[in-house]
Design a protein around this ligand. Sequence first.
Ligand code: SAH
Length: 369
Amino acid sequence: MMQHENHALPSRPAPTNLLSLTEEGLDRLLQPFGWPRYRTGQILRWLYQRRARSIAQMTDLSQNDREQLAEVATISRTQDCAVLESTDHTRKLLLTLDDALRIETVLIPDEDRLTLCVSTQVGCMLDCGFCLTGTMGLKRNLKAHEIVDQVLTSQDHLTGTERLTNLVFMGMGEPLANIDALSTSIHCLTNKSWGLGWSPRRITVSTAGLAARLKDVAALGVNLAISLNGTTEEQRQQLMPAASQIASLKTLMAACRRYPLAPTRRLTFEYVLLAGVNDRAEDAHRLVKLLKGLRCKVNLIPFNEFPGNPFRRPTDRNVFAFQAVLTHGGIDAFIRKSRGRDVLGACGQLGNLSPEYAGRALTQIEPRC
Ligand code: SAH
């Protein structure tokens, strides 16, 4: 009998995760309460500026209001995380999502900078031959709040004097293949009234070359990096087959030339150096030609090796020689230091903890949440 009565009860809708709402969405959720409009900003500030993990913490709302809010809403952050710390102090955070999928985000300290490398997808639909994330395929897009959560959780892990200085969307996935969530997350990160107040100048979005979407990055006001990695159609087809199917090198370079670059900004081109494949003098000379007249700089990334991948890292000598050709050609070229390689936290190493690394990693895993 009791059982029968229980069945007759109308089921209560699952509480809404406050982090999943836009400002307008939160307005709508609060509307039935008839609260003053400033409550929306107050609640958003608790979520993003104070990183509240429960509604009970929102002490500038009355006890009554908090209880009312808790009837319909909750705060659901990534629950479980572990930290892998590299000998160079790069820290890789492993975050577990609601559906038990895992993503990675990497904190990279360097002199006066502390850069966070953020993921936008679980896995990646692209198949760049030099990238570990590509081997796992695309599991799903991240939601905007799962992108922002990487920043919030990283902040929870900072020590007393540390402060994030730069955000790069260069973790797992192709940011421009998840443009809606990317845009929403960047609005939240840059909102000064209730959000994290980031200057868009300190944020960089990196793409494997989704040419048609470059203009969407311009609209966000953040910096754009293009992973070029090859200087001929054939090279890009060989190294980045899916990306070069989406846009040829010719189409990509045309989109870069059309890009509405603000007067004080420049584009970044990233170039993974693969020994004997794209690191020869002729490649460097072609790169100079390709970039002629573009306001840009080049980041050279010596290949980070991972088990089972045939590509090799060039010698330092070859890396410097490549850089010298660019410099002589009038292009600013920087060599990206590889950070966190021992915990598979460097460029292109996110996504799979191979058995070879797992043993070592386990001794370094530090459960923190
Ligand atoms: N999909 C985006 C962002 C993720 S990759 C993009 O392609 O830009 C981030 C950077 O790491 C890219 O420039 C990519 O070319 C580089 N990269 C990928 N695998 C690498 C590896 N094994 N070693 C060094 N750099 C790598």
